[in-house]
Write a protein that binds this ligand. Structure first.
Ligand code: PLP
Length: 284
């Protein structure tokens, strides 16, 4: 595996960062995960725009232009031996001594790290039969719209899913369904798709935005707004979306069957719109 650190490409096991890196000490940084199919990054501009927003939100100067980011990602992709990849990009506020919460006084050089792993989508049976999810209280902070590397609450939430034998944990805050530990959530009730509108309590997923675009362009009824816990529990269909899972049907929630216990008709329509879209952009 060839990875990237601060201007250099090298085998992953040869790369090292300082223990004084603020990413390591404070989780002071942001990241992106970009899926790559047949060596072609999917929705790269959207991911880079979100990275720019995350950097601005934590007052970290973007170290590269969009063109430089593009070149970095494409170079990294070209260096791997496998064609379908998951590109991880992370920027931290760099190395500073002594340890101090406030931003370092002088110029700091951000630490830029990028890694391309083989993309491992869930197995076909997950799309065909659906997966299980559990719910938990959302313990995160108030700026979940920033794709921050400080992910402790997401880590703890995801572990609950693992321990319950489920694929994802859905986070609830003040009676509302927010999102998954590492995904966005859609529900369907009587043929209408519902999802939370973007805001400071959830990440605006690139896949979430694409699913909304596809619903609108294909004329599927869609309502963006508050989704209550009751709506989630009474839904005919529940889906999760993310760059590493695309769209997965959730057929069991906290041990109870969702709808008919199989991927529903609106899911079937949406996944085919998604696959067609993907095939079209990949052919360009
Ligand atoms: N919400 C959270 C908390 C995430 O970590 C992720 C991605 O991993 C998503 C939503 C989905 O975002 P995307 O579709 O951009 O992968």
């Amino acid at each position: 595996l060839i990875a990237y650190l601060n201007g250099q490409f090298a085998p992953l096991n040869e790369l090292n960062i300082s223990v004084m890196d603020r990413g390591f000490l404070f989780g002071d940084g942001v990241y992106e995960m970009i899926p790559v199919y047949s060596r072609r990054p999917f929705r790269l501009d959207e991911h880079l725009a979100r990275l720019t927003n995350s950097l601005a939100a934590i007052q970290l100067c973007n170290p590269y232009t969009q063109a430089q980011w593009r070149a970095l990602v494409l170079d990294l992709v070209a260096k791997q031996s496998f064609a379908d990849q998951s590109v991880y990009v992370q920027v931290t506020r760099g190395v500073a001594y002594p340890r101090n919460h406030a931003f370092p006084a002088g110029e700091t050089v951000p630490t830029v790290f990028a890694l391309a792993d083989p993309l491992e989508l869930p197995p076909a049976r997950a799309y065909e039969l659906g997966v299980a999810a559990v719910t938990t209280r959302d313990l995160r902070w108030q700026r979940c719209d920033i794709k921050a590397i400080s992910l402790l609450a997401n880590v703890l939430a995801k572990q609950q899913a693992v321990e319950a034998g489920a694929a994802e944990t859905i986070m609830l805050r003040d009676g509302l369904m927010i999102e998954g530990a590492a995904s966005n959530i859609f529900i369907v009730q009587q043929g209408v798709i519902y999802a939370p509108q973007t805001g400071e309590h959830m990440l605006a997923g690139i896949t979430y935005e694409l699913v909304i675009e596809l619903a609108q362009s294909h004329g599927l009824p869609l309502v963006l707004g508050e989704v209550s816990e009751a709506m989630l529990r009474n839904a005919d269909e529940v889906w999760l979306t993310s760059s590493s899972k695309e769209i997965l049907p959730i057929v069991q929630l906290d041990g109870r069957v969702v709808g008919k216990g199989v991927p529903g008709p609106i899911y079937q329509a949406m996944i085919s719109f998604y696959q067609n879209y993907k095939a079209t952009v990949m052919r360009r």
